[in-house]
Ligand binder design. Structure first.
Ligand code: NAP
Length: 280
């Protein structure tokens, strides 16, 4: 199966490298063309040029409108029977729109957001939650397995993104808890490397503490996961919460905090930049 990757950002780059290693990658596209230079496969200057040449189009771009723009472009050229897998984090509604648009061309669409950070993308250990047709997932699975450790079919189109929204609410709470607790530890004058080491091995240990604890206490906030992207996800979660009548106060608080940090120019930093506020 010939795979083409659209979007070589923090996540897409690691994914594409793993696809190349597994022998599936036959084409790449990135808006900023310099990022395609390392790949030995053809780099196309338009998404529609890539889509004409592959059996499976993989997308990992920033936000809803970016995905819709790409889907609109590739519908001009994509072959019937192809599969489009979107691994960006967007709303379920947008995923459904993309699926309808591609179905008119007899192309299957899977919403397949991922969790596991840039480390997971690099190491091919992402968790992937998939919405859409089970047969299409069956066909795409060998390709997706080159980037993931776990793939779960959640149900119909949009259910992958609905699951990812759950992950993003949890991620907000974890960010609040870890940044607050570490700032609390630092205020007591503790050796923070030892605090992180010992707590990581106990019941409060978690991925975020292990991967971002040391860097945040050293005042380094290189992404990672851009704070502005998590803010975009939490706005989606707030819409779902309003529609379902559920309250998500930790996510609401995180949106407010991120907006303050974004206003101060920290939107492109990792989400652990929340530590800046907790330390104050
Ligand atoms: P990123 O580093 O900012 O990269 C974004 C990518 O999207 C770049 O390749 C960018 O192209 C491309 N792009 C943005 N708008 C575009 C448009 N209109 N047309 C074409 N290309 C466009 O972001 P990322 O961290 O890789 O995240 C990508 C997606 O994965 C997001 O939806 C994010 O929420 C999700 N995600 C991120 C993480 C994480 O830890 N970083 C984890 C799970 C999921 P340029 O290079 O030209 O800017």
């Amino acid at each position: 199966m010939k795979a083409g990757m659209i979007g070589l950002g923090a996540m897409g780059l690691g994914m594409a490298r793993n696809l190349a290693k597994a022998g599936y990658l036959t084409a790449v596209y990135n808006r900023t063309t310099a990022k395609t230079a390392e790949f030995k496969v053809p780099a196309f200057d338009l998404p529609e040029a890539l889509a004409a040449e592959v059996d499976i189009v993989l997308i990992c771009v920033s936000a809803d409108q970016d995905v819709l723009d790409i889907v609109e472009a590739i519908t001009k050229t994509i072959k019937p029977g192809s599969i489009v897998v979107d691994m960006s984090t967007i709303s379920s509604e947008t995923a459904k729109k993309a699926a309808v648009c591609l179905a008119e061309k007899r192309v299957a669409f899977l919403d397949a957001p991922v969790s596991g950070g840039v480390e997971g993308a690099k190491n091919g250990t992402l968790a992937m939650m998939v919405g859409g047709d089970a047969d299409a997932l069956g066909k795409a699975r060998p390709v997706l397995e080159a980037m993931t450790r776990r793939i779960i079919h959640m149900g119909k189109t949009g259910s992958g993104q609905a699951t990812k929204a759950v992950n993003q609410v949890m991620c907000a709470g974890i960010n609040q808890a870890v940044t607050e607790a570490l700032a609390f530890g630092e205020a007591q004058g503790l050796a923070m490397d030892k605090v992180i080491d010992v707590i990581s091995g106990g019941a409060s240990g978690n991925w975020f503490l292990q991967h971002r604890g040391v860097t945040m206490t050293q005042g380094t906030f290189a992404p990672g996961f851009k704070l502005a992207l998590h803010h975009k996800d939490l706005k989606i979660c707030q819409t779902i919460a309003a529609q379902t009548g559920v309250s998500i106060p930790l996510a609401d608080m995180t949106v407010t905090d991120y907006e303050e940090l974004m206003a101060e120019g920290y939107g492109d930093e990792d989400i652990s930049a929340l530590y800046r506020m907790k330390k104050q």
